[in-house]
Design a protein around this ligand. Structure first.
Ligand code: ATP
Ligand code: MG
Length: 438
């Protein structure tokens, strides 16, 4: 008997009490079989949505997706999703079923699920229902389509990306037939909405197996992000060549970042314009734009796009802990959070190159420590951290206007470079001396 949260036990028992069949299915069953804590409980039942509403008449019921048979019942303040058993339908557009037909048999419902590992149902009364060998695939860590993969991908085009995502996140191997069908049917992915693609891509990127998936399924990735396709076969100068191309470098770089979305997206796009040639300031601007274009096309939020592009924009900046003042100036210019992320990306970028460049890591690690120390000590890195403000500058006889800001920045740089302490009188003297006021 599975150990289930109260609201789930209650919901299942209530359905059983009214004579309906009810099962847990999907992620919760999969996680439990993997001995992992489940986070998201999906219930599937023989009751139609209207019947579910009647069973839970005394509760708040939200008709989340009545068309698809999903009703959300609020039990003790917790939302519980209940979906009626459904028959697989035809999908003329590769995205939406043509019709939704309810069934009284759990087997019908399991047939319409994407992967065997997601098609195991569990009933408190009847135990597991495992029609497609999902339990053994979970044990053997295998991703396999329910039924014929070509048919399943033709029905719903998102499924091929879901297979890749689950493989990346769970670290499972995609079985040969499913794998070949992903490659064969890759063009389907172009018909899926950018929002759904991006949601899957983000999970895929943050998975423990992202490197392997991005490597094996580069053909799918290049359809989604053609800007990366030009990296394939593009030899990069690694001294000894490193033995791999720029796309492989990108993929390795991702694997050396923490599984945090903004860092992984920055790693994915950090070299997007390198093959076209020129380096230097212009390249930075172009690179920024390419990354921003990709992200906005994929409907990434503008806040996340900004975060990612700021990291990329500075990833070629020279940062070395030997020059403490320069590091603090850098953190002051871009902000502490971005500065740390830039260093993380630079570290990954080096680790993804020939080991003879690893010597550069020491300078980056030292820079990272300097920034952490500044953060812990509450060091002044912004004008607003100073012990003086604009009024103090004006009290020195300076006229209102942009020069006030300039003088505050001069004072800040004095503090950052240890020329003066962040103390009111000392700062005023320091600025006064600069402008020649006694
Ligand atoms: P997690 O929530 O941890 O990402 P999950 O397995 O619960 O994993 P969901 O996307 O929440 O994944 O979907 C719930 C279940 O619905 C899946 O386990 C699967 O059985 C089914 N499912 C979801 N999307 C599809 C699809 N496109 N085609 C077929 N079945 C699907
Ligand atoms: Mg889920």
């Amino acid at each position: 008997m599975l150990d289930l949260p109260n609201e789930i036990n209650y919901t299942l028992d209530k359905l059983y009490g009214c004579g309906y069949d009810a099962y847990l299915v999907g992620g919760a069953v999969r996680d439990t079989l993997m001995q992992k804590p489940a986070h998201d409980y999906d219930i599937t039942t023989s009751a139609t949505p209207a019947e579910v509403e009647r069973v839970f008449a005394g509760h708040r019921v939200v008709k989340t997706g009545m068309k698809h048979g999903t009703v959300t019942v609020i039990v003790d303040g917790v939302p519980v999703e209940i979906t009626s058993f459904r028959l697989e339908s035809t999908y003329s557009d590769g995205r939406h079923p043509d019709a939704v037909t309810f069934s009284r048999d759990v087997k019908d419902d399991l047939c319409r699920r994407d992967l065997t590992i997601n098609a195991v149902a569990y009933s408190k009364q009847k135990g597991y229902v495992d029609l497609f060998g999902g339990v053994s695939d979970i044990e053997n860590r295998i991703i396999r389509c329910v039924g014929d993969p070509d048919d399943r991908f033709a029905e719903d085009h998102l499924r091929l990306l879901r297979a890749m995502r689950f493989s990346s996140v769970l670290g499972f191997t995609i079985e040969e037939n499913t794998k070949e069908a992903i490659h064969r049917n890759r063009k389907y992915i172009l018909t899926v909405s950018h929002e759904r693609v991006f949601a899957e891509l983000c999970k895929l990127l943050c998975g423990g197996n992202a490197k392997e998936i991005l490597h094996e399924y580069s053909d799918v990735i290049f359809l989604l992000i053609p800007e990366l396709a030009v990296q394939k076969g593009c030899e990069r100068e690694y001294g000894d060549g490193g033995g791999y191309d720029l796309y492989e470098h990108t993929v390795n770089c991702i694997s050396y970042t923490e599984p945090l979305l903004h860092l992984r997206l920055a790693a994915l796009l950090h070299d997007t314009v390198k093959p076209s040639g020129a380096d230097g300031a212009d390249t930075l601007r172009i690179r920024d734009t390419v990354a921003a274009n990709v992200l906005s096309r994929l409907r990434c939020s503008s806040a996340l796009t900004d975060t990612v592009c700021r990291i990329i924009q500075h990833c070629d900046d020279e940062i070395n802990g030997e020059d403490k003042v320069a590091v603090k100036r850098f953190a002051s210019k871009v902000g502490i959070k971005t500065a740390k992320d830039v260093i993380k990306l630079k570290r990954a970028d080096i680790l993804a190159q020939d080991p003879r460049f690893y010597g550069r890591l020491a300078g980056l690690n030292a820079a990272y420590d300097i920034i952490c120390e500044a953060e812990e000590n509450g060091a002044a890195l912004n004008v607003s951290d100073l012990a003086i403000n604009g009024r103090d500058i004006i009290s020195l006889g300076v006229k209102k206007g942009p020069v006030v800001g300039e003088l505050l920045r001069y004072a800040l740089d004095g503090v950052i470079s240890d020329a003066v302490q962040n103390e009111r009188d000392m700062l005023l003297k320091y600025v006064a001396a600069h402008i020649g006021v006694k």
